[in-house]
Design a protein around this ligand. Structure first.
Ligand SMILES: NC(=O)c1ccc[n+]([C@@H]2O[C@H](COP(=O)([O-])OP(=O)(O)OC[C@H]3O[C@@H](n4cnc5c(N)ncnc54)[C@H](O)[C@@H]3O)[C@@H](O)[C@H]2O)c1
Ligand SMILES: O=C(O)C(=O)C[C@@H](O)[C@H](O)[C@H](O)COP(=O)(O)O
Ligand SMILES: [Zn+2]
Length: 358
């Protein structure tokens, strides 16, 4: 079992990474004095794979376990599903001494996390991520949210989990499209923070796609390390954390315009990263060779890199609702070469994106 720490003072927590199933989970819950009444929030796909197993394990360890099972998909990450979670929590008699465990991918994690942040003004919460994306990104850092028809994650809260328990073995049941989607966020860390990690990714395309245990474990650990460091430095995205949004301003626009769930989050981020790299090149913050290198890596993994053909007006309107907009000015994340980043203000986004999108 590997352990990383997210250093946030009295809200610090551990990320535990294991290949050995869920053994160690009960011990960790006991160590952090997680409540005895536990509600596992999961979805219809993850329930039969891991939900029953985790419930049984915790019951055997003396926990009083309930389950809330939501429909599967990004299109259900909304106010309606959230309300069904609140209703069930009330019906189950949950109080401030009950805890929520999010078991699943980023959709379940974001929504269960937001329920935990808001139910009775906040109850304890643990993440058990079961997708690549959730293990390398969404389970760490405390961004919780639901989507609004007009924009991704527009309703949410910063609310940290008490622990993140990563069982890498759960990835064995994940389909190839979702494995790939998670890798987009891994590539993001390389482009933004760590050229050596980016080079490592260039050399490990095949092992990662085939879920080679060692390669995957390294990718998960390195991603969590980088994310934990950034979150500890800037929990509420007032500075450096915004860099984790590389590829997301455009990517979120793609998700919203296509209809949530049509283009997966990671797929949209891959498209968005290349758009952002082209903005960077336009601003002379990176070279042609850097854009080509990113393109080659994305294509080697098999990502579609061409933005869907929505109009420039639609893209600009969607990006105009991004959470990084300040005083009407779009703040945008670009790469500086490979391995460094910058936050730029786009005073005239129309001309920038006209040039980049053609
Ligand atoms: N909070 C954050 O910091 C953060 C970071 C990145 C992404 N996100 C959010 O995360 C969401 C995307 O998460 P995702 O890519 O995990 O998608 P997801 O949660 O929809 O999971 C993808 C699919 O895999 C299934 N699944 C989950 N675990 C499985 C397993 N072990 N075996 C088989 N199937 C499994 C799910 O049921 C789903 O069908 C988006 O809503 C995005 O906005 C949040
Ligand atoms: O943790 C962060 O900070 C991120 O930006 C991680 C992103 O990968 C993630 O998709 C996040 O939910 C996007 O945040 P948002 O604030 O743009 O909704
Ligand atoms: Zn993301």
């Amino acid at each position: 079992m590997e352990q990383l720490s997210v250093g946030l003072g009295d809200r610090s927590y551990q990320i535990l990474i294991t290949h050995h199933g869920f053994s160690g989970l009960s011990e960790e819950l006991q160590r952090i004095q997680f409540p005895g009444k536990v509600v596992i929030v999961t979805n219809t796909t993850v329930l039969p794979l891991y939900g029953s197993l985790v419930s049984q394990l915790l019951t055997e360890s003396g926990y009083d376990v309930e389950q809330i099972v939501v429909e599967d998909g990004e299109s259900y990450k909304n106010a309606e599903t959230l309300n069904t979670i609140y209703t069930r929590l009330i019906e189950l008699g949950c109080d401030r001494h009950s805890g929520i465990i999010a078991l699943g991918g980023g959709v379940v994690g974001d929504m269960a996390g937001y329920a935990a942040a808001t139910f009775l003004r906040g109850i304890p919460f643990v993440q058990i991520p079961t997708t690549v994306l959730a293990q390398v990104d969404s389970s760490v850092g405390g961004k919780t949210a639901i989507n609004h028809p007009l924009g991704k994650n527009l309703i949410g809260a910063f609310y940290q989990p008490w622990a993140v328990f990563i069982n890498v073995a759960t990835l064995e049941t994940l389909d190839q499209r979702n494995v790939l989607a998670g890798i987009a966020e891994v590539i993001k860390y390389g482009v933004m923070f760590d050229e050596t990690f980016f080079s490592w990714l260039e050399e490990h395309v095949e092992p990662l796609l085939s879920l080679d245990t060692e390669a995957l474990a390294y990718a998960v650990r390195r991603s969590c390390e980088l994310k934990a460091e950034v979150v500890a430095a800037d929990e509420r995205e007032s500075s450096v954390r915004a860099v984790l949004n590389f590829g997301h301003t455009f990517g979120h626009a793609v998700e919203q315009l296509s209809g949530y769930g049509t283009v997966l989050h990671g797929e949209a981020v891959a498209i968005g990263m290349l758009v952002a790299a082209n903005v960077s090149r336009l601003m002379e913050l990176c070279q042609d060779s850097d854009v080509e290198r990113l393109t080659r890596l994305l294509e080697a993994f098999g990502f579609v890199t061409q933005p869907p053909p929505f109009s420039l007006e639609d893209y600009l309107a969607a990006m105009g609702r991004d959470k990084k907009v300040h005083g009407g000015i779009l703040r945008f994340i670009v790469n500086v070469g490979i391995g460094e980043s910058r936050i730029v203000s786009l005073e005239d986004p129309e001309s920038v994106f006209k040039s980049v999108l053609g």
